[in-house]
Design a protein around this ligand. Structure first.
Ligand code: GUN
Ligand code: ZN
Length: 487
């Protein structure tokens, strides 16, 4: 059990939790806006107005800038930034990865983070980029792990993060997660995923998150380092990420870019503003586009924060309602590469299902990906435990003559078979498939029926079906069951 994290609600691998920090309790999932201590686009104390509970800044930038270093050491980080909520500080790792060397070592930066009163500090990990040779990822990972273990001696009362590295070598990610978890940290950032997100490699991002989760305990607070675009938050939360940090709101604003949950627009492309935040209600797109650089950047940053936290609130409501999967499916249809992220998530359904809650709100079938949802896998796994013997009839229609059979099952797409006594309960009783999508959902149901039949070898099955069920997969059933075509 984590000393600093309490999980209160769950859906898929996502959760709502309370993170206890020296400066108060944070409700997760949440995004930490990134504050550049040199140029404060938005004053830290104003951030709460947009929904932020906690912020993140860079201890290395503070350390390296004499004026900031002296102020942070004498007044403390919170007073220097004028923010009384929790603050996380990153180390100089990113600068290290870009510039090759930094003028501070691991004990030095961790001690500095402690001395300025950071709530959560980060050691000097090595953010190994994607696709590097295995040997390099392994070598850098060993250095990261050694520095993380070393950092514990310098942390004082500060909470400490243990970044998980390993590049795109998934066995290394899983090993890194397991070994980091064994050392024991307060939060676990998944590192070096920024290059994946910048190139829309959401499929790889899903792999990295899930394989890291497999190595971490379920009580681990997971931070997706450098992720904060509202489009991908639901997906990442559903995979078990609790914390995000966003420089996107500010960096995108400087480029004139306007964030939405469906992607990014350039403010110059927009005629209408699809948002009702205070900024968008007070201005037209044309007005914002025509403003001086500083004002435009400021307004876009404000809007970007508003949409980011609106999405966080929607995600939390979806977890409470048990329909996070529907939100993820909707969000993942806004970009083809997000859709490949969703498809990859469905490849992990059997894993996700083990941690998922048992009852949810109605199951909405939204397309072929829905047929592979953890809920469908979960249902069929439980069904395999059902004891059946003798002669069994599986029928798509209720008005059939079932004399001579020991047992009758009905059929619901995309789940497969169900006994009468489950017809009212979740998920059979609360699932909706519209007629236009029936065919692909039936195809999935036939596959599940075939698996069900195959897992009960001593039983003699007959499948009675009507015309709409004449799909491709009926052939698979012909080999393992008697078929009756209902007229
Ligand atoms: N910011 C974005 N990615 C990383 C990372 O991998 N490590 C650290 N320390 N900071 C980051
Ligand atoms: Zn807006």
């Amino acid at each position: 059990m984590s000393d600093v994290f309490e999980i209160t609600e769950k859906d898929l691998l996502g959760r709502i939790g309370k993170l206890y920090t020296p400066h108060g309790i944070v409700e997760t999932p949440t995004v930490m806006p990134v504050i550049n201590p040199n140029l404060r686009l938005i004053e830290p104390r104003e951030l709460k107005r947009y929904g932020a509970q906690m912020l993140i800044t860079n201890s290395y930038i503070i350390y390296r800038t004499e004026r900031l270093r002296e102020a942070a050491l004498s007044k403390g980080l919170h007073e220097m930034l004028d923010f009384d909520g929790p603050i996380m500080t990153d180390s100089g790792s990113f600068q290290l990865s870009v510039y090759g060397s930094v003028e501070v070592d691991n004990p030095g930066i961790v001690s500095f983070e402690r001395d300025i009163g950071t709530d959560i500090g980060v050691p000097l990990d090595i953010p190994t980029p994607p696709d590097v040779p295995y040997a390099r990822a392994r070598e850098e990972l060993e250095i990261t792990l050694a520095r993380e273990a070393e950092a514990k001696a310098y942390k004082g009362d500060m909470l400490l993060a243990g970044p998980v590295q390993g590049s795109t070598h998934l066995d290394l990610r899983e090993e890194a997660a397991r070994r980091t978890y064994e050392i024991g940290f307060d939060i676990y950032p998944l590192g070096a995923v920024v290059p994946l997100m910048e190139t829309y490699r959401y499929k790889d991002m899903v792999d990295v998150i899930v394989r890291s989760k497999m190595g971490l305990g379920p009580d681990a607070v997971v931070h997706l380092f450098g992720a904060g675009h509202p489009m991908m938050l639901a997906l990442a939360v559903a995979l078990g990420c609790d914390l995000f940090d966003s420089a996107a709101y500010a960096l995108y604003a400087k480029d004139g870019r306007y964030l939405t949950v469906d992607g990014t627009y350039h403010i110059g492309q927009l005629t209408h503003l699809p948002c009702s935040c205070p900024v968008c209600m007070a201005h037209t797109a044309k007005e914002i586009a025509g403003m001086d650089d500083a004002t435009r950047t400021r307004l876009l940053a404000e809007h970007n924060l508003y949409v980011t936290f609106a999405e966080i609130r929607l995600i939390k409501q979806s977890i409470l309602d048990g329909d996070l999967m529907e939100l993820v499916e909707r969000r993942c249809r806004s970009h083809p590469r997000m859709l490949s992220g969703l498809k990859q998530m469905m490849n992990y359904s059997a894993y996700i299902e083990k941690f998922d809650r048992v009852t949810k709100s109605s199951f909405f079938y939204l397309g072929p990906e829905s047929a592979r949802r953890p809920e469908v896998i979960h249902y069929n796994r439980l069904l395999k435990n059902l004891q059946v013997s003798g002669k069994v009839l599986i029928t798509t229609r209720r008005d059939v003559d079932s004399r001579g059979f020991d047992r009758v099952f009905h059929v619901k797409a995309p789940f497969g078979v169900f006994p009468e006594e489950l017809s009212e309960s979740y998920p059979i009783g609360q699932s909706e498939v519209i007629p236009e999508l029936d065919c692909e959902a039936r195809e999935a149901a036939l596959q599940n029926i075939a698996d069900f039949i195959s897992s009960h070898p001593g039983t003699q099955f007959t499948f009675a079906y009507d015309q709409p069920w004449e799909c491709q997969s009926i052939e698979r059933l012909a080999a393992i069951a008697g078929l009756i075509r209902l007229g």
